[in-house]
Design a protein around this ligand. Structure first.
Ligand code: QUE
Length: 339
């Protein structure tokens, strides 16, 4: 968190001491990444990759509510409904190119995650070398709620989390605290919000080496009591089998998880399961390329426009999915989308 900068720019790139600083500054949209922001981030990284005075890049937010709530899916929905497939394609291609550039950036890339960090926000943080989360961080991959799928490289990193945690997070959209994100492997350091000003100052002087000394002991993993059940249920070979295993658990956690899955797009659960499972065998560039191909099908499916309408545009949180139940989802239709 910083004072509101005196500028309309949605990404403020500046050089401060040894660091290149990227400040996400679109607070009214919870820093949801629009096309211009993605281009600005890519341009700054390209410039700093070669700049000898820049020893590390730090990305953080001008809002204390959100690091970044995701991609600008409201705009993507408008393009999709207008049949502007080229605009949809350009957005995802640029976003995934940025994710790949962060992953291969040759200097430390440090994300300071304080507030909401979902979807595209995870994409501009988790691929970096250092991910600092505060006690106000909220991590989630909630795309099945909007008829999408965990993208931004999530089909690469989710299947690499411990046990079946990645599939659990990617299908349920379960929120995690900053400490949880470190336990899960999405974040690397836990630093309280109150220490962020000192951390920024120390990085301006010393670069990324300043992070570790300010990290604090982790509170326990809130998902620890459910880790065994998560692995039992989410290691199943299909979404219907995950549901059967949850029904067999007969626990409060399993009933809550079933209720959550019951609100998600049944089709999105199935294509997300397939995409995350396949991602276990792909390196990041191939996973991102497969994600881009899948967006072409998903953004044409009725559940995408309906999910974004219900959760982001109208906010009635009452999507009407097509088909409405899991048993009506045709496995052959899903398989064809992942070709
Ligand atoms: C699931 C999601 C997203 C979401 C809500 C969900 C998502 C996303 C946004 C979002 C939030 C604020 C904005 C905006 C988009 O909300 O990915 O444009 O101003 O980006 O339930 O996956």
């Amino acid at each position: 968190m910083t004072d509101a900068p005196m500028t309309d720019l949605s990404v403020i790139a500046s050089e401060e001491g040894r660091i290149g600083r990227l400040l996400l500054n679109r607070p009214k949209a919870l820093n949801a990444l629009d096309h211009a922001m993605i281009l600005a981030l890519r341009a700054a990284l390209a410039a700093w990759q070669e700049a000898p005075g820049v020893h590390a890049v730090v990305i953080d937010s001008a809002s204390d509510r959100a690091f970044c709530a995701g991609g600008d899916i409201r705009a993507i929905r408008s393009h999709a409904l207008a049949g502007e497939a080229d605009d949809v394609e350009r957005f995802f291609a640029e976003e995934y190119a940025l994710n790949a550039e962060i992953a291969r950036f040759p200097k430390p890339y440090v994300a300071l995650i304080d507030g909401i960090c979902m979807g595209g926000g995870i994409g501009v943080s988790v691929h970096g070398q250092v991910r600092v989360a505060t006690e106000h961080a909220v991590f989630a991959m909630p795309e099945t709620a909007i008829g999408m799928f965990p993208d931004i490289g999530a089909t690469f990193f989710l299947p690499r989390l411990p046990g079946a945690l990645g599939l659990y997070l990617g299908l349920t959209g379960q929120r995690m605290t900053g400490a949880d994100a470190v336990h899960a492997g999405l974040a690397t350091h836990f630093v309280p919000r109150a220490k962020l000003p000192a951390l920024r100052a120390a990085m301006i002087a010393d670069g990324a080496a300043a992070v570790a000394p300010l990290a604090e002991t982790l509170p326990p993993f809130s998902l620890a009591p459910h880790r065994a059940a998560i692995d039992r249920c989410f290691s199943a070979a299909s979404v219907p089998e995950i549901v059967s295993r949850l029904e067999a658990e007969d626990s409060a956690w399993a009933r809550e998880t079933l209720a959550t899955l019951g609100t998600m797009s049944p089709s999105a659960l199935c294509w997300s399961f397939a995409a995350v499972t396949r991602g276990a065998t792909l390196e990041l560039p191939a996973a991102l390329a497969a994600e881009l191909r899948l967006t072409r099908h998903v953004t044409r499916h009725a559940d995408f426009a309906e999910g974004v309408r219900a959760m982001v545009v109208d906010k009635d949180r009452k999507p009407r999915w097509t088909p409405p139940t899991l048993d009506q989802v045709d496995p052959a239709t899903i398989a064809a989308m992942l070709d």
